[in-house]
Design a protein around this ligand. Structure first.
Ligand code: PLP
Length: 400
């Protein structure tokens, strides 16, 4: 059976060149970067070279990049690190309702410690308005944390505009760029951000490695203690193979990003056209144009997202019905609900996220197998009837 992997926002396969780089540090160059001998020095060199590559990719200085275990830890370190370091200045944090749980749950935890959190609403496209950020700022605001691109619907936020507001008011600004890094430019000076979270496994490096950019001179405190690594900002013996892999993956992403974005946009738009023109009762979730080049999210009415996923899987197509973390739960996605999508429609969402190995044939295959699945699942729904000429006079407005 043909297998089509359309779930690159959940994770990506490791790029062969990245695996090769990684293997070198699993196998031959195994030293501890803190050791002074040859083996240690070789490992240290790998770590610092990777740091330079990541820094180059985001337009920062190498010493402003620290390696973490992934996006979740980077978010935690940025948010709690700013909160604890700036407690005497204020206790107010601004975030949005469409953030990843790695951000939302840490903000919630801080609320229990006496911090006040404003969770901004989004519009129907999942977009945060800079005006709403401006209106939420108080003289107690110490941190704004708004993601660069959304993992569920792909909407790209106006980070530069929010960054300008933050700068004007002297407020620290963190962005979770886990989904955008490697797909669209993430430049710390252009975006006007002070903290950026990135994750290896979304850009063809392995799971369990990520990085946090911390702008030089900002007030921030490390969360974990116990060693001098990463200049005491993230103690623990460095994951050298993972770090080398992230450096290589970042380097490859920078070399290929422009061409890949153009190629994937064409494939993405073919999917959007193929679905929107051929089905009734379907909507495109997320901003129509300000969205990641590889990202599509539909809501099919009268369909259960999990049933759709399983049916696609039986045909060899791997997609998702929201974020990987919320798939498997019966709760509708908090992102879709925040966008004002009714729960029964949010349940029928399908996320397709493309990657480097996808091609025209994958898209054609998906568009070929989809109609029979949609028809079969809708035939099982007591609420669905096919749109026909009778619809003109029908009084059941719920299906339009
Ligand atoms: N932030 C966003 C926007 C994500 O999509 C994810 C993962 O899906 C994370 C954070 C967590 O990253 P990691 O899996 O590296 O911990």
């Amino acid at each position: 059976m043909r297998r089509v992997y359309f779930d690159h926002s959940a994770t990506t396969p490791v790029h062969p060149a990245v695996a090769e780089e990684m293997y070198r540090y699993v196998n031959k160059t195994f030293g501890n970067p803190s050791s002074v001998h040859f083996f240690g020095r070789e490992a240290r060199k790998a770590v610092e070279e990777a740091r330079e590559k990541v820094a180059r990719a985001i337009g920062s200085r190498p010493e402003e990049v620290i390696f973490t275990s992934g996006g979740t830890e980077s978010d935690l370190m940025a948010i709690k690190g700013v909160a604890y370091a700036n407690r005497n200045k204020g206790n107010h944090i601004i975030t949005s309702s469409v953030e990843h749980h790695a951000v939302l749950d840490n903000c919630k935890a801080l609320e229990k410690e006496g911090f006040a959190v404003t969770v901004l609403p989004v519009d129907a496209d999942g977009m945060v308005s800079p005006d709403s950020v401006a209106a939420a700022i108080t003289d107690k605001t110490i941190l704004i944390t708004i993601m660069h691109a959304n993992n569920e619907v792909g909407t790209i936020q106006p980070i530069h505009e929010i960054g300008r507001l933050a700068r004007e008011k002297g407020i620290l600004f963190h962005t979770d760029a886990v989904q955008s890094f490697g797909k669209i430019p993430v430049n710390v000076d252009e975006l006007l951000v002070d903290f950026v979270s990135i994750s290896g496994h979304k850009i063809y490096a392995p799971k369990g490695i990520g990085a946090l950019y911390i702008r030089k001179g900002v007030r921030w405190l490390p969360i974990s203690l116990g060693g001098g690594q990463e200049r005491k900002r993230r103690p623990g013996t460095e994951n050298v193979p993972g770090i080398a892999a992230l450096g290589k993956a970042a380097e490859i992403a920078m070399e290929t990003m422009a061409d890949e974005a153009a190629r994937l946009t064409l494939l993405r738009d073919k999917i959007i056209k193929g679905v929107m023109e051929n089905y009734s009762n379907v909507r495109l979730n997320g901003h129509p144009t300000k969205r990641l080049p590889n990202h599509v999210n539909f809501a099919f009415e009268f369909i259960e997202g999990e049933a759709l996923l399983l049916s696609l899987d039986l045909q060899g197509v791997a997609a998702s019905s929201g974020s990987a973390c919320t798939s498997g739960s019966l709760e509708p996605s908090h992102v879709l609900l925040a966008m004002g999508i009714p729960p029964e429609i949010a349940h029928g969402s399908l996320r397709i996220t493309l990657g480097k190995d996808n091609n025209e044939e994958d898209v054609s295959y998906f568009l070929e197998v989809l109609p029979a699945i949609i028809d079969r699942l809708r035939a099982m729904s007591p609420l669905y009837h096919k749109v026909s000429d009778d619809c003109e006079t029908c009084d059941k407005t719920w299906c339009r």
